[in-house]
Design a protein around this ligand. Structure first.
Ligand code: HGA
Length: 609
């Protein structure tokens, strides 16, 4: 994912910009670049394909020197990864721009500019914005107004920073659909797509809101304007989370920290991938649109927790997109003779992108005549993303706990984005409703996290047990599987999950007072059926713990406890219900005193068969 850093300082900014880019490297990118305005009013630019280190080498040979500059790490969406497509982009050698996101209507705008004689140097959508702003600037010599006029003409998602050699004391930034923060220093100001990029120079930030445009100026300070171009004041906030992605902070375990990070990392996974009321399909890669139009079937292959995410996606893809979908564990897939129907998309899921079985499955799939391959992955530059035609990065950040939590829920969000991008009825009311629900998801997850103390109390009922059974129906069946897997992984309690309707076909024989049964029962069309399965457990003296939507009328009794989970659109329910099950396994493990973050016999990135 792209990163932006910009600085208007009282000193040379090259070092500040370079350090900012390094701090954004974890987000993944394919090229990097920087432009600085020197004291003589000349713009200088350096760009490099590949790592920030390659840019740094170039800068060592030919340093940039100036007090105002912008820099970028790019993850190509429009135009291949190359030095020519790397940002900053220039217009007439006087204006420089960096941009995160996608300009959806860049093609007609580009044609219009070409007719007017503009020569394009890159294949990017971004360069269109550079020329539009430069032309608007020529008319009024007001950079802020030029940016505002241009924004009125572009659709899509963006965060951008612009500077102009003829406005040498200012930088203008804007955001819509992609984040941008202002870093506030003493007599110097900064912009970045992530505050982490600026923690070396400030801990004070102004978080821009959707549609905001900001002008940073030498002497003039920071002026923010809303989408209606009215001056507004946004609060100054001090960044209090420290400067270490890999520190536990105040949490007792990484796993608990990572469970609590889910609202933020899900918001990050959605960043730049939604525009208005629809999903931007080019988030999946430059060629995604053309490829998606031909998809008739999907095969999803993954291991462990990722496999469960794939199982949820099957329900979504068949229900919402009407695309026949198969899901399989990679260690099975790679060793069987797979028949691939025409126009099938091959999808892999892996936190690390290095899971040996999944990688082997991808390599095998490459010989089978699939339409194309897509990797959904949390580690940029990993083997899986390099070897797939398309990739979508989850933005979970480093996951240290061996038992996956935030990587799973960000995979689910990514898979729902994929489902919406693959629907034939793009841009309809259902897509709009789900996009709106996705935007509200981080807030709902915050509420789900408030279940922490009731669940800590509930965990006492599990700590002395040797077995547990999890039940769910529909999209909640894979969530039951994931709940059981978490309990196994970190508390070493034997746990199994069944589709609720299978209970009477076998596992009911095991149910007695020593086998707690967890039912994941949101208020969807399957709840009524699940209720009768629950009766079967109660009738046999089993102790039941039901997670159900707020408002579900299910009365607690001696052997039935009901825990209410925040209600959401039924499609998003599996994501929300995951949280209390993660908390349950966490608290049971803490009570048992196991090594929560590094459970016995398990490894984080399973790079061996
Ligand atoms: N569309 C621009 C920026 C891409 C981006 O934001 N990626 O995460 C480009 O392709 O250069």
């Amino acid at each position: 994912m792209c990163g932006i850093v910009a600085a208007l300082a009282a000193r040379n900014v090259q070092g500040i910009l370079l350090e900012g880019l390094k701090r954004l490297e974890y987000r993944g990118y394919d090229s990097a670049g920087m432009a600085v305005l020197d004291a003589g009013g000349h713009l200088h630019r350096q760009r490099a394909l590949g790592k920030v280190a390659a840019l740094e080498e170039k800068l060592e040979r030919a340093p940039l020197n100036g007090r105002i500059g912008i820099a970028h790490t790019r993850w190509a969406t429009h135009g291949k990864p190359s030095e020519a497509n790397a940002h900053p982009h220039l217009a007439a050698g006087r204006l420089a721009i960096v941009h995160n996101g996608i300009i959806e209507n860049f093609e007609p705008l580009k044609r219009e500019l070409e007719v007017e004689g503009v020569m394009f140097e890159s294949e990017t959508d971004t360069e269109v914005v550079a020329h539009l702003v430069a032309r608007a600037f020529e008319r009024r010599h007001d950079l802020l107004a030029a940016v505002q006029q241009t924004l009125a003409r572009i659709d899509g998602a963006y965060a951008l920073a612009v500077m102009h050699a003829d406005a040498p004391r200012e930088i203008v930034g804007a955001r819509k659909g992609s984040p941008l923060v202002v870093g506030v220093g003493i007599d110097e100001h900064f912009l970045a797509s992530d505050p982490l990029a600026l923690l070396q120079v400030t801990d004070r930030f102004v978080y821009l809101r959707e549609g905001d445009v900001v002008r940073l100026s030498d002497g003039g300070g920071i002026e923010v304007f809303d989408a209606e171009q009215r001056p507004v004041t946004r609060p100054l906030q001090v960044f209090e989370h420290g400067d270490g992605a890999a520190s536990r902070g105040d949490y007792r375990h990484f796993m608990l920290k990572e469970i609590h990070e889910q609202p933020a990392v899900i918001a990050a996974t959605l960043e730049g991938r939604l525009s208005g009321s629809h999903v931007l399909e080019s988030s999946f890669g430059v060629d995604a649109g053309a490829l998606f139009a031909d998809v008739r079937q999907i095969h999803i292959v993954a291991c462990g927790t990722s496999y469960h995410a794939g199982m949820v996606a099957r329900y979504w893809l068949e229900k919402l997109a009407g695309i026949p979908t198969q899901v399989e564990v990679a260690s099975e897939y790679r060793y069987r003779d797979v028949v691939v129907p025409q126009d099938t998309l091959f999808v892999t899921l892996s936190q690390s992108g290095e899971t040996a079985d999944t990688l082997a499955a991808l390599r095998y799939a490459a010989t089978l005549g699939y339409l194309g391959s897509l990797a959904i992955c949390n580690v940029p530059g990993s083997s899986l993303t390099r070897e797939s035609d398309l990739s979508l990065m989850t933005q979970a950040g480093p996951e240290i706990g061996v038992a996956s939590t935030k990587a799973f829920t960000t995979q689910l969000v990514s898979l729902l984005l994929l489902t919406l991008a693959l629907r034939r009825e793009r841009g309809d009311a259902r897509e709009a409703a789900l996009v709106q629900a996705l935007r509200g998801l981080p807030a709902v997850l915050e509420r789900a996290l408030e279940m922490d103390s009731p669940i800590a109390e509930l965990s006492e009922a599990f700590a002395e047990k040797h077995h547990a059974l999890f039940l769910g129906r529909g999209t909640q069946f894979p969530i039951a599987l994931e709940g059981a897997l978490k309990l196994k992984e970190i508390s070493y309690i034997h746990a199994e999950a069944y589709p609720a309707g299978e209970l009477k076909h076998g596992p009911l024989a095991l149910v007695d007072a020593d086998m707690p049964v967890v039912a994941v029962a949101p208020n969807d069309e399957l709840l009524e059926k699940l209720k009768s399965n629950l009766q079967e457990v109660r009738a046999r003296g089993g102790e039941l713990f039901v997670f159900a939507d707020e408002g579900v009328a299910l009365a607690a009794t001696d052997n039935l406890r009901v825990l209410h989970v925040p209600r959401v659109d039924e499609c998003l329910a599996p994501i929300v219900y995951t949280v209390p099950l993660q908390l349950l396994s966490y608290h049971v493990a803490v009570l048992k005193g196991t090594d929560v973050d590094q459970p016995r016999n398990l490894a984080k990135s399973v790079t061996v068969e």
